[in-house]
Write a protein that binds this ligand. Structure first.
Ligand code: HEC
Length: 276
């Protein structure tokens, strides 16, 4: 088809092609150079659990639970976590039982068909601060505090993002106006968040005596939320380590087997004897 065109037409077509490709390139380059996100990406932090074989810091998870319980749980539910999930991770069975018993739960119906309140049990899930989403919105100037059970997986940046969000509140730059009930936080997509800065220095007193600075509180709650999103984290890494060890052995064994089975093939000699 192309071969049948006259020389002039070929040159014209070629030029057109080059122009289109060049134009597309320029447009793409322009687009990339002007499209900026309207928020800051959280810097990746050096978490102690980052390593291939590193477990979560369980003392930090325990402190993080304390932060969640004393601060975040007034607005955020964690409806997929039960008190029994804390056993062996942050608390002993007795401690978890004692925590559960501090809350009252609606149960029933009893023999007369009435609902009744009873203290919590290990099998109860974390109580929710609001009855429903509408109530939650009404109490937070229209913003819905999301359930935090899986938040570290549900947001880009995971625990880096949560840490940055907790510590990133600041005054809006000149020229940016924020509605009265919103707060400026450059790490939140859109930068105007409906959550007031939840943490500040010494908002609580850690039961293990760790100084409760803003950075410490934010770090601990981030580790806690990472654990909650991925309770199998430590188990997964332990399995990975076992897998690597077993596979190393297996590779050696399979190499030996392969040499063994193929030795017949490799050492045979095929000869052609022409019929006399
Ligand atoms: C006074 C109530 C209140 C408290 C206390 C509170 N939050 Fe929030 N939080 C909110 C509201 C409301 C939103 C929704 C904001 C929005 O969508 O603009 C929110 C949103 C969030 C988000 C989601 C942001 C996103 O990317 O969508 C995270 C994560 C979060 N809070 C973590 C925490 C943690 C951790 C604590 C405890 C240290 C905490 N919050 C304490 C009200 C609260």
């Amino acid at each position: 088809m192309f071969a049948r065109l006259s020389r002039g037409r070929k040159v014209l077509l070629g030029a057109l092609g080059a122009l289109t490709a060049g134009g597309a390139g320029v447009v793409t380059a322009l687009h990339v150079s002007v499209s900026a996100d309207e928020f800051v990406h959280p810097p990746p932090l050096k978490w102690s659990h980052n390593g291939l074989f590193s477990a979560l810091d369980h003392k930090s998870i325990r402190r993080g639970y304390q932060v969640y319980r004393q601060v975040c749980s007034t607005c955020h539910s964690m409806k997929y976590l039960a008190f029994r999930n804390l056993i062996g991770v942050t608390h002993t069975e007795e401690e978890a039982k004692a925590i559960a018993e501090e809350y009252m739960f609606m149960d029933g119906p009893d023999e007369e068909g009435n609902m009744f309140e009873r203290p919590g049990k290990l099998s109860d899930y974390f109580p929710r601060p609001y009855e429903n989403d509408e109530q939650a919105r009404a109490a937070n100037a229209g913003s819905l505090p999301p359930d935090l059970s899986y938040i570290a997986l549900a947001r880009h940046g995971g625990e880096d993002y949560i840490f940055a969000l907790m510590t990133g509140y600041c005054d809006p730059p000149a020229g940016i106006d924020i509605r009265d009930e919103l707060y400026y936080n450059p790490y939140f997509p859109g930068a105007a968040i409906g959550m007031a800065p939840p943490l500040y220095n010494e908002i609580l007193e850690y039961e293990d005596g760790t100084p409760a600075t803003l950075g410490q509180l934010a770090k601990d709650v981030s580790v806690f939320l990472r654990w909650a999103s991925e309770p199998e984290h430590d188990q997964r890494k332990r399995m990975g380590m076992k897998m690597l060890m077993i596979f190393t052995l297996l590779i050696g064994a399979s190499y030996y087997m392969k040499r063994h089975k193929w030795s017949v093939m490799k050492s045979r000699k095929i000869a052609y004897r022409p019929p006399n």
